[in-house]
Design a protein around this ligand. Structure first.
Ligand SMILES: Cc1cc2nc3c(=O)[nH]c(=O)nc-3n(C[C@H](O)[C@H](O)[C@H](O)COP(=O)(O)OP(=O)(O)OC[C@H]3O[C@@H](n4cnc5c(N)ncnc54)[C@H](O)[C@@H]3O)c2cc1C
Length: 417
């Protein structure tokens, strides 16, 4: 089913009876060339690019729940390319370019909104760091602009500029950054992959990985064994559990991250705004809700729900940044399980087992990575060579110490990235 203005008009006038399901609901076959474990954003985009760019068709995505029910449908939808370190920088540059053409690519409205991200700074030292980051972003070929506090006051007058503890000194702006509708991204990639012949199999938890003589042979699932020549693990917060099925111990910790949305309000925040003191970021959804989040819950867990101390912490940060938020009523909060890596950067790599591939370690930032992650991972799976934009996302950097990409400079403490 293709979308067009004409189709929307026709369906509107004929009672919307002509829409069909966006993807098939196939039974699993006994064998595939490639099995992708995990039907989140990264798994679905990997399947799509494998089919689209590499002409591979005999592929299944196995999802233990429903498509888009994991972190891809739980995030705060921020998309940006403002990373500092080589390795990350070229990758996120690649992803933002893919985002810019995504709706056309997928013929799907993912509500990509390049409304600009404003990253505030609150001290001279933070200003220096922002200028340095901005220069690195520009050198990479992306956009970055330093904003004086006067300019900022014109753009976002409602912030608390003169807070005695966290005065606002200015901001680094990336105009091409913004938001996209998270679950539409999963649906768009799912539909695109399905149209190219990929089997998307829901309610199909993988419970084991079959390996013989150092080579992957397939997987065990709650719906039976399925053979495969290649198997890709793309399960975000459950990476360590699934990799353990292949006898691997990953340097990944799983932590809860919460997010919040208020009741719908008239348009009042035009940008994505990140508070530079503490961890707080906010934007307004097209429905009017203020969508915001902050720190991790700070202890390892597989529970996709949060706890009260962090709720209080995030609300405090919101109040310090823009006191008028206190008038808005919070509608709901939720949690997702983050695959935190020791240096805050991801892994897209082969494993020591022939035919077994790994994509994980997305920390807080894997939504914006979805297009490039799938694109680069598909390249690796299809050609057995890393894509140039993801060549530094090697797993062995945690064993050798070479090639560590610690954006935050916080060291090997998973929950601080
Ligand atoms: C509250 C919150 C806010 C965030 N905000 C942002 C943001 O603003 N910007 C940003 O860039 N990133 C953000 N992120 C991070 C981003 O959402 C994640 O990094 C990214 O979605 C993870 O990749 P994924 O979409 O593939 O994960 P998921 O959607 O979690 O996909 C993994 C899938 O694997 C499945 N699975 C697990 N085990 C098995 C198994 N054994 N068998 C079969 N299937 C299995 C799961 O059910 C799941 O559907 C946020 C995350 C959260 C929770």
């Amino acid at each position: 089913m293709q979308f067009s203005g004409w189709r929307v008009l026709k369906e509107g006038l004929t009672g919307n009876k002509g829409w069909t399901p966006h993807w098939r609901d196939p039974q699993p076959k006994s064998e595939y060339d490639i099995i992708i474990i995990g039907g989140g954003g990264h798994g679905l985009s990997t399947a799509y690019y494998l089919a689209k760019e590499h002409g591979l068709r005999n592929i299944a995505v196995l999802e233990k729940g429903y498509l888009g029910g994991g972190n891809i449908g739980r995030n705060t939808t921020i998309v940006r390319a403002n990373y500092f370190l080589p390795g990350n920088s070229e990758f996120y540059s690649h992803t933002l370019k893919l985002w810019e053409g995504l709706e056309e690519e997928l013929n799907y409205n993912v509500m990509m909104s390049q409304r600009g991200q404003i990253a505030l700074f609150h001290s001279d030292a933070q200003r220096d760091a922002a200028a340095r980051r901005g220069n690195a972003i520009i050198n990479q070929g992306d956009d970055a602009e330093m904003l004086s506090v006067e300019k900022l006051r014109q753009m976002v007058p409602f912030l608390n500029y003169d807070n005695a503890r966290f005065p606002i000194y200015g901001a680094l702006l990336q105009r091409r950054a913004g938001t996209a509708r998270h679950d539409a991204v999963a649906w768009g990639y799912a539909r695109g992959a399905d149209q190219l012949g990929v089997d998307l199999i829901q309610n199909c938890e993988v419970t084991g990985i079959d390996i013989e003589g150092g080579e992957v042979k397939g997987v065990q699932t709650v719906r039976g064994a399925i053979r495969a020549k290649k198997v890709a693990i793309v399960v975000a917060g459950r990476s360590s559990l699934v990799a353990a099925m292949a006898g691997m111990r990953l340097p990944i910790e799983s932590h809860v991250l919460q997010a919040f949305v208020t009741e719908g309000l008239k348009p009042c925040i035009d940008h994505v705004i990140s508070f530079g003191m503490g961890h707080f970021y906010i934007s307004q959804s097209d429905k009017g809700g203020l969508v915001f989040g902050g720190d991790l819950d700070m202890y390892a867990s597989y529970a996709a729900r949060g706890n009260l101390p962090i709720i209080e912490h995030v609300m405090e940060a919101g109040m310090a940044l823009m006191p008028r938020i206190g008038k808005a009523r919070v509608l709901r909060s939720w949690g997702g399980i983050m695959d935190m890596s020791p240096d805050g950067s991801p892994v897209i790599d082969k494993t020591h087992i022939d035919g077994l591939y790994l994509n994980c370690g997305w920390n807080y930032g894997g939504f914006k990575a979805v297009p490039a992650s799938g694109n680069c991972f598909a390249h690796l799976i299809a050609t057995d060579r890393p894509h140039d934009a993801a060549a530094k996302f090697r797993l062995d950097r945690f064993a050798t110490g070479r090639g560590i990409m610690d954006e935050e400079g916080t060291g090997a403490q998973h929950n601080l990235h």
